[in-house]
Write a new protein. Sequence first.
Length: 96
Amino acid sequence: MVGQREDAQDLPHNVPFVALGTALLWFGWFGFNGGSALATGPTAVAAAVNSEIAASVALFLWLLLDWARHGRPGLVGLCVGAIAGLATVTPAAGFI
């Protein structure tokens, strides 16, 4: 009853849903970051471009870390990296 589980596995249950959720978040994040300027202009464009660059770089670096740690790249690690990049760039997306 008390203690670690005997069959403890820390594997994702539905990887396609993780990828779908990441794609939907990534798409919506452009509207959030680009629309935060409340106008079309250089700040909105910079926010959208910086959001894409930050998510892509974080995705790639997380994929490399996942590969180095587990010996193979994984889709879940790729998705986690993309969301981490989007969340990190959000406060200053239009001013980087």
